[in-house]
Design a protein around this ligand. Structure first.
Ligand SMILES: Nc1nc2c(c(=O)[nH]1)N[C@H]1C(S)=C(S)[C@@H](COP(=O)(O)O)O[C@H]1N2
Ligand SMILES: [Mo]
Length: 440
C-alpha cells in the first residue's frame, strides 16, 4: 500500500499538488475563526471562488480556497477524517459507515432531507485517495485514433466557457447492496460489504461530453472513449493496474454524459472529483471517473482492468467469460435504521426511495408482513435518472418483531425480485431487502 510520503511523491511527480498539512491546518484554524454559519459560509466562498476563477486567481489562493471548501464542515464535528486520509470530508458516524477509503450513506440520515443527497452525506468510493488538484494547472487532454486531428486540450476556464447543462442523476456503486448476497442468500462475494448506502442523487452541472468531443474533432469512426482519473495508480495484489479508467461506448458517450464541475450548486467537492468528473447517468458508478485527466477516443475497441477483470458478472448463470456490467438495476430503501423501534398503536409514516438504471420508477409496493402488498404514495417527481421518494402510513397494533419490505417496478417493467442470481464479485444486487423493526 501507499505510505503518505510515497503517495505525495507520486502525486508531485505527476504534477498533482497534494496540499501541505500545515497549510491545511492554518486554513482550518482561520476558517474556525471566520465561520458562523457553515453553509452560508460555504456558499459565499463558492461564489467568490467562481468569480475568482473567472478572473484567474493566484494558484495559492485557489488552493487555499479548495482546502477551505474541503474542511469547512469539519468545524464542530467530532471524529472527523484527517485531511491526509483517503477521504477529505468529515465522516460523522450519524451520516456514514466507513470501510477504509470508502464510506456509505446511512439511510436514516436522509430522513427529513429533500430530493437531493446533501454533499455532507453523499457516499464516497475511492480506489486510492482523494488528490488535491491545482485547477489553474489542470488540463483535460483528449486524444486518440478516433479524432480527425491531433490531441486537444481544455483548461478549466475553457470548459466553463462552453454551454452548460444541468442534470439530476444518481451515482451508485455497482456493488451497492453487496453484503445482502451473504446475509440474505448465504453466498460469499468479494469487495466492500456495502449495505444500500453506496448511492446518492445530486444535481450536476457541467458540459456535455458530446460538446467537448465535437470540439476535439470527433471522427465518424470512433467506437470507444476511455476516460482516466488523476488519482494515484491502483495497486492490488502487488500488481499496478495504472490509472482508474473504464471504456465507454461512443453511443453512451454522445448521449447523456456530462463533464461535471458543480454538484448541488457548489463547485465539485474534492472527494467527488474536483475539478471535473464524468457523470454517466444510470450506469454503474465506476463509469463516472473522478478527477478526470484525459480521454482517449478510439476507432478500435478499448479495454482496461475495469471492464475485463472487474465489473463483469461471473457465476453459474453467466457465460464463462462473464457479462460486462453497464446499467444499474432496481432498488429500494427505507429511511430508517435497521432494527428501528416504533411505538405500538400509533400512526407512523414509513418513508423511502426507489431508483433504477432503466429509467423512472413506475410504482412501489410495501408489505409489513411479506404476504400482502400495498401501494406506497409517491412524494416526489420520478426523475428518469434520479429516484422516487415515497411514503406509507402504518399503525402497528401489536408489539413485536416486524419485517418491512419495499418493492419497486420501473417503467421498463422490471420489478425487484426475491433473489438476485449469484455473481462472484457481488454486483447488481436488486432483490428486495427485508428491513427488521421492533414495535414496542
Ligand atoms: N478517478 C477515479 N474515479 C472514480 C473512482 C476512483 O477511485 N477514482 N471510483 C469510482 C467508483 S467505483 C464509484 S462507485 C464512483 C463513486 O463516486 P463518489 O465517490 O463521488 O460517490 O466514482 C468512480 N470514479
Ligand atoms: Mo463503485
Amino acid at each position: 500500500m501507499h505510505t503518505g510520503i510515497a503517495r505525495r511523491a507520486s502525486l508531485i511527480r505527476r504534477g498533482v499538488r497534494y496540499v501541505d498539512v500545515l497549510e491545511q491546518k492554518a486554513a482550518h484554524q482561520k476558517t474556525a475563526r471566520m465561520l458562523t454559519d457553515e453553509s452560508t459560509y460555504d456558499q459565499v466562498r463558492h461564489r467568490q471562488w467562481l468569480a475568482g476563477a473567472a478572473r484567474g486567481l493566484s494558484r495559492r489562493t485557489v488552493l487555499r480556497m479548495s482546502v477551505i471548501g474541503g474542511t469547512a464542515m469539519a468545524v464542530g464535528t467530532a471524529g472527523t477524517a484527517s485531511a491526509t486520509g483517503p477521504i477529505v470530508k468529515p465522516l460523522p458516524p450519524e451520516f456514514f459507515e466507513v470501510y477504509g477509503a470508502n464510506a456509505e450513506t446511512k439511510w436514516e440520515s436522509l430522513s427529513g432531507q429533500g430530493y437531493l443527497t446533501p454533499i455532507d452525506r453523499f457516499f464516497v468510493r475511492n480506489h486510492t485517495s482523494t488528490p488535491t488538484i491545482d485547477v489553474n494547472a489542470w488540463r483535460l487532454r483528449v486524444f486518440g485514433s478516433g479524432l480527425r486531428r491531433g490531441p486537444a486540450e481544455f483548461s478549466y476556464r475553457d470548459l466553463r466557457a462552453l454551454p452548460a447543462e444541468t442534470t439530476t442523476a444518481f451515482i451508485e456503486c455497482a456493488g451497492n447492496g453487496r453484503s445482502y448476497f451473504t446475509s440474505q442468500q448465504g453466498q460469499q462475494v468479494s469487495g466492500t460489504p456495502w449495505k444500500l448506502g453506496a448511492v446518492g442523487v445530486a444535481r450536476w452541472r457541467g458540459v456535455k461530453l458530446s460538446t467537448v468531443l465535437a470540439k476535439a474533432g470527433l471522427s465518424r469512426n470512433a467506437v470507444d472513449v476511455l476516460p482516466s482519473g488523476l488519482d494515484a495508480d491502483f495497486v492490488t495484489g502487488g500488481v499496478n493496474l495504472g490509472k482508474v479508467r473504464r471504456p465507454l461506448p461512443i453511443g453512451k458517450a454522445l448521449d447523456d454524459v456530462l463533464l461535471a464541475y458543480e454538484m448541488n450548486g457548489r463547485h465539485l467537492p474534492l472527494d467527488h472529483g474536483f475539478p471535473v468528473r464524468l457523470v454517466v447517468p444510470s450506469w454503474i458508478g465506476i463509469s463516472s471517473i473522478k478527477w478526470l485527466g484525459e480521454i482517449e477516443v478510439s476507432e478500435t475497441p478499448l479495454v482496461s482492468p475495469w471492464n475485463t477483470q472487474f465489473y463483469r458478472l461471473v457465476g453459474p448463470t453467466y457465460p464463462a467469460e462473464g457479462t460486462v456490467v453497464s446499467r444499474q438495476v432496481v432498488k429500494s430503501a427505507f429511511e430508517l435504521p435497521r432494527d428501528a423501534t416504533l411505538a405500538a398503536g400509533q400512526r407512523h409514516v414509513l418513508r423511502g426511495r426507489s431508483w433504477s438504471g432503466n429509467g423512472s420508477i413506475r410504482n412501489v409496493d410495501i408489505s409489513v408482513d411479506g404476504i400482502k402488498w400495498h401501494p406506497a404514495k409517491p412524494t416526489s417527481h420520478a426523475y428518469e435518472r434520479g429516484w422516487l421518494q415515497w411514503e406509507f402510513p402504518w399503525r402497528p397494533k401489536q408489539p413485536g418483531a416486524y419485517t418491512l419490505h419495499a418493492r419497486a417496478t420501473d417503467w421498463s417493467g422490471v420489478t425487484q425480485p426475491v433473489v438476485t442470481p449469484y455473481n462472484t464479485q457481488g454486483y447488481l444486487f436488486d432483490a428486495i431487502v427485508p428491513h427488521p423493526v421492533t414495535v414496542v
